[in-house]
Design a protein around this ligand. Structure first.
Ligand SMILES: *[C@@H]1O[C@H](CO)[C@@H](O)[C@H](O)[C@H]1NC(C)=O
Length: 403
């Protein structure tokens, strides 16, 4: 009997799907075209150098937090001189995501001519979740959220309250931040290590990240994407700084452990937020394992080098001198960045950014989930179906356990 009922429900679901789809298709033409005209959502980006498109060009900071000089951007995708300020040989992950979502490039918030209707990028190289991380040299997450309020206001002026609310609730919020809290903010900061045990510190970082997510949710954000932390101890800079340097080429274990603890805590938080916040949908992934695999088996993925950086100097080219604008001006540059996992001592190549953007976009749901980014972007008006499927799942789970 349970099965017949389930079949019936599935049929019902299909019929509803078709009806909703048709309603959406017929309504699409009559939509207010002053809001984003494509079927895609806007993209708001928060984070650090993994996503910064050049915000740091506009703030006072140190050369370490900038990338608007050669050889950054050397692959020429952005035909711009000086380079845009992306910490890559070309594009970064959110450039690809915008492309897949059929959006134009998402501008840096601080760019004077930035338009907001397709989203904005608040990311800042060196930034942390905690205000203490690289304080005074970056735009920390709290300030990035303040900047979002500026955008919110401008959108309300442009689109009216209703239009702005709609844009904000349909937008995707992509958050990629946390590495700097563990590297410079903790492992590079003896005071913090004295004040907090590693577990306590992770709790504090995750607590502040959770607050940020909640704030965006309260402003109307519903769809979130996360780039979890990479195996931080295997960054060329951290391999080079590994106190157990005698283990030739080993990853810096404490850094890896912190990244893993952070990722596990984030995963747990997201699962509970999904239950607590109605309509909260997200895409998370296991960037740690994904990148570790490429670092250890580069040839399996079309790379030649997984350990050493393309640009930098010293062991693993882990001394962060790429570009020659810092204290030590000596640096070497590889012939072909596409052969490398790591572009400089801290940042992956465009190729890695692209491969990972693809994985997040339509990656298999055992790796990316509960939703992939494609679903978050394009199933806008179909959120009712998501909810229906949720209800059905719950209902059929009930049926099965009770039979
Ligand atoms: C956020 O971080 C600050 C330190 O910057 C800390 O004092 C506070 O307890 C943290 N908040 C949460 C909710 O963990």
């Amino acid at each position: 009997m349970g099965r017949r009922l389930l079949n019936y429900l599935l049929l019902l679901l299909l019929v509803l799907l078709v009806v909703v789809l048709q309603v959406n298709l017929t309504c699409a033409g009559g939509e207010d075209s002053s809001t984003s005209s494509s079927s895609s959502s806007a993209l708001f980006i928060f984070g650090d150098s993994t996503v910064d498109p050049g915000n740091n060009n506009y703030i006072e900071t140190v050369p370490e937090n900038r990338a608007n000089y050669k050889p950054y951007g050397q692959n020429g995708f952005f035909q711009q001189s000086p380079p845009t300020g992306r910490f890559s040989d070309g594009r970064v992950i959110v450039d690809f995501i915008a492309e897949y979502a059929k959006l134009p490039l998402i501008p840096p918030f601080l760019e004077p001519s930035a338009e907001y209707v397709n989203g904005v990028n608040f990311g800042s190289g060196g930034a942390g979740i905690l205000s203490e991380t690289n304080q005074g040299l970056v735009i920390d997450l709290k300030t990035q959220l303040k900047n979002f309020e500026v955008v919110e206001k401008a959108l309300t002026e442009k689109l009216g309250e209703k239009g702005a609310k709609k844009l904000i609730s349909e937008a995707v919020y992509f958050i990629s931040i946390g590495s700097n809290d563990y590297m410079g903010g903790y492992l590079g900061n003896p005071t913090m290590q004295q004040l907090y045990h590693p577990e306590e510190y992770v709790g504090m970082v995750i607590g502040n990240l959770t607050q940020a997510i909640q704030e965006l949710y309260e402003k109307g954000g519903r769809k979130f994407g996360f780039l979890s932390l990479s195996p931080l101890g295997c960054l060329p800079a951290l391999r080079a700084a590994n106190p157990k340097g005698n283990e030739e080429g080993g990853c810096f274990e404490e850094a890896c452990a912190l990244a893993l603890a952070h990722n596990n805590a984030l995963k747990a938080v997201l699962t509970s937020l999904e239950h607590l916040f109605k309509g909260f949908k997200y895409c998370n992934s296991n960037f740690y394992v994904w990148l570790e695999d490429r670092i250890n088996n580069p040839s399996k993925y079309g790379f030649k080098e997984g350990m050493n950086a393309c640009c930098g100097t010293g062991p693993f080219r882990g001394l962060f001198t790429c570009g020659g604008t810092k204290k030590v001006t000596d640096y070497q540059l590889c012939d072909n960045a596409d052969d490398y996992v790591w572009w400089d001592s801290f940042h992956p190549t465009e190729r890695i950014h692209e491969q990972f953007a693809k994985a997040l976009w339509d990656g298999p749901l055992d790796f990316v989930g509960p939703y992939n980014l494609q679903q978050l972007f394009f199933f806008n008006k179909l959120t009712k179906i998501f909810d229906l499927v949720d209800d059905l799942n719950r209902y059929s789970a009930d049926l099965l356990t009770h039979n």
